[in-house]
Design a protein around this ligand. Structure first.
Ligand code: FAD
Length: 498
């Protein structure tokens, strides 16, 4: 039994269940100082976007409540984590510092330096995996390198056993009198204007809510996931992404719950089993994105396929702003962008449609879309976001080929066949008959007038003609195809546990 306190540094692991750092602190048996540091500078301009700041506020409040039930008081500090951590460790006389690993390149660099410094001060420093099923440096090709293709990565992942999640620790002893900030003083919630009404309406951040969402999905959604997951008009996916991003629930917990679901399905129709595996395969994409970010730290900025450096992108601000505001004149694109703004989330099919439209119809660089998503999504995740944007833009690992360009009218007709989704988010089109809903510019005056719609006044004419935009994009792609084709060499392969 040791008495020097244990400092537990919370980051994107805002939960008490399946939290190995907290578990290790409980096991050490000394008083515990749980600490969260709001380090605005750590990520430069890639820090928390507006939507995630809102989420963070509520998630920290929920975490503080769960820790309080275990006898602990969450300490909040704002500033450079690299300075605050050693300071709190010294002022509390901590003998050990534990945290769960994050995989953003700047965090890896900062955490490695911190580990060296704290260990140099004589502290026991240990980090753990709470965010992934398997850590990126442990999943290797037969040749020992990182994977560049998802299907092979997923096959390899399925061969590996997933560790069981940890239960929540029992009561612990707190350290009294550790100075900290008040959450309300951090100003994470928007005030003037308060644009978070849609977020409040849509989400309840926190570990209990994450678990509730998983339970409800297993009960009501998982069985039909494979057949309905592509339909934005149905509430058919788990919506766990922000909870997973903030670590309010961990992938091992989700994995274990789905395995238990599969065991319960023994003898039932096979559809449920294949749905469950389809869902797990999406967790596999999450792992793959983290794998890519880890092995290609420039993933958020630079195309993995270097020839895209020469792509003749447009810098038309007007086009970009119209896309952001959901005013492109293509109903399915506008519905998606307005849902994103309102609720901080977007269905995967819509993410693909709006991203394809930005990059291939408007020829705006994918990095601008990535940045907009980073600011507006509650689940904005550097690995998933950057890898997915590169995938859509055709410049990433195992990406959709650039020449596969979504037709926004056909996408709308196929995935929102009754128009419920568009009518909800673009109410000015609500009275248009189904036949014209995804292409209002084809409707004759005799249809527009009774629907109360004046094109160009109530709703924009299309920003671009999709057929011509497609030809232009393909011509631009032809031009860069001649450029060299190397995929970036892995950059972080020697980094292991941080
Ligand atoms: P479900 O279908 O229920 O899937 C379960 C979980 O698997 C998700 O919560 C998520 O953690 C993971 N997942 C599902 N699909 C993917 C995927 N294609 N790639 C990686 N992980 C996946 N996801 C993010 O979490 N953060 C992002 O910033 C993000 N940006 C994206 C940007 C673009 C352009 C695109 C096309 C996709 C992006 N995604 C991102 C992936 C995906 O769209 C979301 O994870 C998914 O829509 C979240 O909804 P859900 O939780 O209901 O997913």
């Amino acid at each position: 039994m040791t008495h020097s306190p244990t400092l537990v540094w919370f980051r994107l692991d805002l939960r008490v269940c399946d939290n190995p750092a907290l578990q290790a602190a409980a096991g050490r048996g000394a008083p515990v100082v749980p600490l969260f540091v709001l380090d605005d500078a750590e990520a430069g301009d890639r820090g928390f976007g507006g939507a995630r700041r809102w989420w963070l506020h509520h998630s920290l409040a929920a975490l503080a409540g769960s820790l309080r039930q275990r006898g602990l008081s969450l300490v909040l500090r704002r500033g450079r984590a690299a300075e605050i951590l050693p300071e709190v460790a010294r002022s509390t006389g901590a003998g050990a510092v534990y945290w769960n690993r994050c995989y953003e390149p700047w965090r890896i660099a900062r955490d490695r330096a911190l580990k060296r410094e704290l260990a140099g001060d004589g502290l026991e420093v240990e980090s753990f995996n709470a965010a992934l099923l398997h850590e990126p440096w442990t999943v290797k090709t037969k040749a020992g390198g990182p994977f560049g293709v998802y299907s092979a990565f997923w096959r390899a992942l399925q061969q590996r056993p997933v560790a069981d999640p940890w239960p929540a620790p029992g009561p612990m002893t707190s350290v009294a009198g550790v100075a900290g900030d008040l959450l309300d003083d951090w100003g994470l919630l928007p005030r003037r204007p308060d644009w978070a009404g849609g977020l409040r309406e849509t989400w309840t951040p926190g570990e209990a809510s994450a678990q509730g969402r998983l339970d409800a999905f297993l009960e009501h959604g998982l069985e039909d996931y494979a057949s309905e997951r592509d339909r934005p008009d149905l509430d058919s996916t788990s919506r766990l992404s922000p909870h997973l991003h903030f670590g309010e629930i961990g992938p091992r917990q989700v994995w274990a719950a789905v395995q238990a679901f599969l065991e319960r399905q023994d003898g039932r129709p096979r559809a449920a089993g294949s749905s469950a595996w389809k869902f797990l395969a999406e967790l596999g994409w999450r792992e793959f994105s983290h794998h890519l970010l880890y092995h290609h730290p420039t993933l958020p900025e630079a195309p993995l396929r270097a020839q895209f450096e020469a792509f003749p992108w447009s810098d038309d601000e007007g086009l970009f702003r119209a896309w952001c505001r959901g005013l492109t004149g293509y109903p399915i694109v506008d519905a998606g962008m307005r849902q994103l703004w309102h609720s901080g989330w977007l269905h995967n099919r819509l993410r693909m449609i709006v991203a394809s439209f930005l990059v291939k119809d408007l020829l705006i660089p994918w990095q601008r879309g990535e940045a907009w998503f980073r600011d507006t999504l509650v689940d904005a995740d550097l690995a998933n976001n950057a890898a997915s944007w590169q995938w859509v833009a055709g410049c990433g690992a195992d990406a959709a080929p650039f020449f596969r360009i979504f037709n926004p009218v056909l996408q709308g007709e196929k995935f929102d066949p009754r128009g419920d989704y568009v009518r909800r988010w673009v109410p000015e089109l609500a009275r248009l008959p189904d036949r014209y809903l995804h292409k209002p510019w084809e409707a004759p005056e005799s249809v527009l007038r009774p629907a109360g719609l004046r094109l160009g006044t109530d709703y924009p004419e299309p920003l671009v003609d999709h057929r011509r935009a497609r030809e232009k994009a393909l011509a631009a792609f032809e031009a860069i195809k001649q450029a060299p084709r190397p995929v970036q060499a892995p950059g972080a392969g020697d980094l292991d546990a941080t």
